[in-house]
Design a protein around this ligand. Structure first.
Ligand SMILES: Nc1ncnc2c1ncn2[C@@H]1O[C@H](COP(=O)(O)OP(=O)(O)OP(=O)(O)O)[C@@H](O)[C@H]1O
Ligand SMILES: [Mg+2]
Length: 187
């Protein structure tokens, strides 16, 4: 995206946050903070290699949304659906099994409709359905640092998700005051 220096409008439509978690529990806590802010129509695209914590983060998101019961990986059935405490629907979508050119598979099960609908969508392996992702979304890239540490890079595009991420930044700063997770500006 090209961004003119000093353009307030461009700044209002793009935001980033990076933090490092040092356990699965911390990754879940980050997800929970995000989940508390999610509203119908929000899309969270998760990108990261096997075992980087995408499902772990999603479990936290579900907890933050007040989903009751266990949240498990939908790798084989591709979409799991949960009712949130606020009466919305959380769609947990896993695109791992869609082939690189498998857009037709995703379309066949209606992923495009879910992404454009009133639910809250969290998508693992989101890069596999890149053309279907709405431009206004929150992308979280998860990187393996070591056995217990993961780097989480949040990037929001579009007005709505930028506002969401800006709210999350405020929450994360509050959390760091209690030593939960530290947002960092350097690796
Ligand atoms: N800081 C951390 N954050 C998240 N997970 C961590 C962390 N440290 C260790 N782990 C471990 O890494 C694993 C993450 O698994 P998870 O299923 O969430 O990954 P995933 O990205 O969803 O993988 P897949 O691509 O197979 O769906 C878990 O076993 C978890 O305990
Ligand atoms: Mg997973």
């Amino acid at each position: 995206m090209s961004m003119r220096r000093g353009s307030k409008q461009a700044l209002a439509q793009h935001s980033t946050l990076e933090l490092t978690t040092h356990s699965a529990a911390e990754t879940q806590e980050s997800g929970e903070r995000l989940g508390r802010l999610l509203q119908p129509g929000h899309v969270v695209a998760l990108i990261g290699e096997l075992g980087t914590g995408k499902t772990c983060l999603t479990q936290g998101i579900a907890r933050g949304l007040g989903v009751e019961g266990p949240v498990t990986s939908p790798t084989f059935i591709m979409v799991n659906e949960y009712r949130t405490a606020g009466g919305a629907v959380l769609y947990h979508i896993d695109c791992y099994r869609f082939q690189e050119q498998g857009m037709s598979e995703a379309l066949a099960i209606g992923v495009d409709e879910l992404l454009g609908g009133d639910g809250i969508c969290v998508v693992e392996w989101a890069e596999r359905i890149e053309p279907l992702l709405p431009p206004d979304r929150l992308t979280v890239t998860l990187l393996y640092v070591n056995h217990t540490a993961r780097r989480l890079c949040f990037e929001a595009s579009g007005e709505r998700h930028t506002a969401l991420l800006n709210s999350l930044k405020v929450q994360s700063l509050r959390g760091s005051a209690f030593g939960v997770v530290s947002p960092e500006s350097k690796p």
